[in-house]
Design a protein around this ligand. Structure first.
Ligand code: GDP
Ligand code: MN
Length: 362
C-alpha cells in the first residue's frame, strides 16, 4: 500500500523525523488559508502516488496566500502521471542548501533490509544509479541484530556533509530505520532529505507498507467501529467478515483489478449498517465502482438489499452486487425491482466490477 507524501510525513513526524510545517488542502480556498497561516513563501505539492512530480510541474511555489490559492487551483485541475490531483500539500518553503537521498527497502535476494544513501539527492535513485553508481552507499541490515546509532553515523559519514548537520542527519537515518521496521514497510524513502537554512528536514516522503502486514497496522480510518482500510485502486468494496474481505481483495488483484478500499460490515449487519457502509466506501474520491460482496448467514440478503436501495440516492456510481445465502431470493427480487441485477458467482462479479472500473477511468 502506497502512502501519499502527506501521510508519509505524518508518520515521519510521529517518529521524530523533522518535516516542514504545513498541511494538506483539498480546495484552493483551503490552500490560501494554510498559506496565510504559514506566512511567507510556500511550496505547493500535488499529492499523487508517483514520483518525479517536480519535473512534471507538480511542485510549485507561491509568495502570498492569493498566489497560493491560484497555484492550488491550477494543481487541483491537473492530471499528473495519469493521476487526478485531489489534494495539495502546502508547506513553508525551505532555503535548501543540499539535497541528500536516504532510503530503505528489502533486498529480496539477501532477504534483508538494505539502507541506501547518496549525497546526490533530489533526483530519483534509479537515475543516480545510472549516472553515478559510485555515489550510492548501501548497507544491509540484519533484522535480528538491528540498526544502531554507530551504523547511522557510518552511513552519514559517506555523504561528505559538514559537521553541524552530521548529527541531525544520523538521527534521521536512525529514526527512518525504526519506522521502516515497526511499520512493516517495503520502502521508506526521503528524497530529498535537505540541509536548509532552517535546519535538516525530510522535504519528501515515500512510504510503502507491506499489504500482508496491514492486519497488524492501523492505517484504517475507522467508520463507526467497522474495519475500514484504504488501498490505492479504484474499486470500493463492501464485504462481511475478514476472510471474505481478504478473498475479495485477492480475487480482484488476481484478475488485474485494483481495490480502492474495503469496509467489513461484520456479521448480522442490518440495512442501516449496510447503507452507511456503502455511503462511506463510495465517498472516497478514487472509488469509481462499488463492489458489494456478502455471504448471507446471520446476515440477511434482503436486509442488505434494503440498505443498498437506501444508499443509492446518495451515490452516483455503478454498483456490482454479489450475495448468496439467507434470504437470497428475497434480496434479488427487491433489487431487481429497482433495476439492479445480482450476480451470484464471485468471480463473475469481480470481473464485472473490474470492467466497470476500467470504463470509468478511461
Ligand atoms: P518529486 O519530484 O515527486 O520527488 O517531489 P519532491 O517533493 O522531491 O520535490 C522535487 C524538488 O522540489 C526537490 O528535489 C526540491 O529541489 C524542490 N523543493 C521541494 N520543496 C522545496 C522547498 O521547500 N524549497 C525549495 N527551494 N525547493 C523545494
Ligand atoms: Mn522526491
Amino acid at each position: 500500500m502506497n502512502l501519499y507524501e502527506y501521510q508519509g510525513k505524518k508518520i515521519f513526524a510521529r517518529y521524530g523525523i523533522p518535516v516542514p510545517r504545513g498541511e494538506v488542502a483539498s480546495s484552493p480556498e483551503e490552500a490560501r488559508r494554510i498559506a496565510a497561516e504559514l506566512g511567507g513563501e510556500v511550496v505547493l505539492k500535488a499529492q499523487v502516488l508517483a514520483g518525479g512530480r517536480g519535473k512534471a510541474g507538480g511542485v510549485k511555489f507561491a509568495s502570498s496566500p492569493e498566489e497560493a490559492e491560484s497555484v492550488a487551483k491550477e494543481l487541483l485541475s491537473m492530471k499528473l502521471k495519469g493521476f487526478k490531483v485531489e489534494k495539495v500539500l502546502v508547506e513553508q518553503k525551505l532555503n535548501i542548501r543540499r539535497e541528500i537521498y536516504a532510503g530503505i527497502t528489502i533486498d529480496r535476494a539477501e532477504g534483508k533490509p538494505v539502507f541506501m544513501v547518496s549525497g546526490e539527492g533530489g533526483v530519483d535513485i534509479e537515475t543516480i544509479a545510472e549516472r553515478s553508481p559510485e555515489k550510492i552507499f548501501t548497507r544491509h541490515v540484519d533484522p535480528f541484530v538491528g540498526f544502531y546509532p554507530y551504523m547511522a553515523r557510518e552511513l552519514a559519514s559517506e555523504l561528505g556533509i559538514e559537521r553541524e548537520s552530521f548529527k541531525r542527519i544520523s538521527e534521521v537515518l536512525l529514526k527512518l530505520y525504526r519506522l521502516f521496521s515497526e511499520k512493516d514497510a517495503q520502502l521508506a524513502e526521503i528524497n530529498p532529505l535537505v540541509i536548509a537554512d532552517e535546519g535538516v528536514f525530510a522535504a519528501d516522503a515515500k512510504v510503502v507498507i507491506d499489504e500482508d502486514a496491514l492486519f497488524r497496522q492501523d492505517f484504517g480510518v475507522k467508520s463507526k467501529g467497522l474495519p475500514y482500510v484504504e488501498l490505492d485502486g479504484s474499486i470500493g468494496c463492501v464485504v462481511n467478515g475478514a476472510g471474505l474481505a481478504m478473498a475479495t481483495m485477492d480475487t480482484l488483484k488476481h484478475l488485474g483489478g485494483e481495490p480502492a478500499n474495503f469496509l467489513d460490515i461484520g456479521g448480522g449487519a442490518g440495512r442501516e449498517v449496510m447503507r452507511e457502509a456503502l455511503l462511506r466506501v463510495a465517498s472516497h474520491p478514487r472509488v469509481k465502482v462499488v463492489f458489494i460482496n456478502i455471504l448471507g448467514g446471520i446476515t440477511r440478503c434482503d436486509e442488505i438489499a434494503r440498505g443498498i436501495l437506501a444508499a443509492r440516492e446518495g451515490i452516483n456510481l455503478p454498483l456490482v452486487v454479489r450475495f448468496r445465502g439467507t434470504r437470497e431470493e428475497e434480496g434479488i427480487a427487491l433489487l431487481r425491482e429497482a433495476g439492479i441485477e445480482v450476480e451470484r458467482d464471485m468471480l463473475k462479479a469481480a470481473k464485472l466490477a473490474i470492467e466497470k472500473s476500467r470504463e470509468a477511468t478511461e
